[in-house]
Design a protein around this ligand. Structure first.
Ligand code: GLY
Length: 304
């Protein structure tokens, strides 16, 4: 049976000095998820394991290293979707939780719903999920950038993972600190099924990244899955989804996809996007900070 995993560390600008950290972080996340799948573990466990790695790495905008809001605080969103049952769980505007993806997973396992702020934090504490003082998630670099907003060029943007397990199940997960200097309480696409993620065992799985205000109106993850359902290869479906966003709204975005056959696709209209993936046909993950062969300017030239 084919197994496959793909992770992203965000559609964004990656400066030369950050390439290695992005490559290392995405590779480590893909390997953590792969280790689960290889032992016959579930796609749910693989997605959670991979995203926990990215949430622990200050290179990425999720968990530790999340961008700060206008109050200078970390406030995060995350969601997971199980393609076998169309089950899902999500949290938004949460503070003091090291691994929001694990809270979303626990919610999904109990009953599907989106919990926000103190309600999600209470749920996490009640279920023994690791809590911390909210200040502990403020990474030095993010604090510095928050103080020097106008100098920031390397804005991190969201992490995600899609996995196909040996039982043929597809699961997608996404986790974010939102956008830099966002209003406290602002929630983007990440926690919203259809926008930040989607998984359906019969069609495929998708995790997205980018500007939530642009992703939400085009329902980006479900749009990509609909292209898969029309029989498009994931590479083509990913490009068509990003193209359709670029034609209708202004904003940076990217997506990763796996179809039920374990084929991979990804696309972005940002200058860079950190990605790593591995399938049964590979002996180690492939890692990228940019999709070669597709000029982001192609998307830009179509903007209305
Ligand atoms: N894609 C993350 C956000 O807009 O919040």
């Amino acid at each position: 049976m084919t197994i496959a995993i793909i992770v992203h560390g965000g559609a964004k600008t990656i400066t030369e000095e950050k390439v290695e950290a992005n490559n290392k972080g995405c590779t480590a996340a893909a390997e953590a998820g792969w280790a689960v799948l290889e032992k016959g573990g579930s796609a749910k466990d693989a997605v959670e394991a991979a995203i926990r790695v990215l949430e622990s790495d200050p290179t990425f905008n999720a968990g530790l290293g999340a961008t700060l809001n206008k109050q200078g605080e970390v406030e995060v969103d995350a969601a997971i979707m199980d393609g076998s049952k169309l089950g899902w769980g999500a949290v938004a505007a949460v503070q003091g939780v090291r691994h929001p993806i694990s809270v979303a997973r626990k919610i999904m396992d109990e009953k599907p719903r989106l919990l926000v702020a103190e309600s999600a934090e209470r749920f996490a504490a009640k279920h023994g999920i690791e809590m911390c003082p909210k200040e502990d998630l403020v990474a030095d670099e993010q604090e510095k950038q928050w103080e020097e907003q106008e100098k920031v060029i390397d804005r991190p943007n969201t992490v995600g993972c899609v996995a196909l397990d040996a039982d043929g199940n597809l699961v997608a997960g996404t986790s974010t600190g939102g956008t830099a200097n966002q209003d406290a309480g602002r929630v983007g696409d990440t926690a919203l099924v259809g926008c930040g993620l989607y998984a359906d065992i019969e069609k495929g799985g998708c995790s997205t990244t980018g500007d939530g205000e642009s992703i939400i109106p085009v329902v980006l993850a479900k749009t990509a899955i609909d292209f898969l359902a029309q029989g498009k290869h994931p590479e083509q479906a990913a490009q068509m989804a990003i193209q359709s966003l670029t034609e209708r709204v202004v904003g940076e975005a990217g997506c990763i996809l796996i179809n039920p056959k374990g084929e991979i696709g990804w696309a972005h209209n940002s200058t860079e996007m950190a990605v790593a993936y591995r399938t049964s046909e590979m002996d180690k993950p492939a890692v990228f900070t940019k999709k070669e062969g597709v000029d982001p300017k192609v998307y830009a030239s179509n903007r209305h």
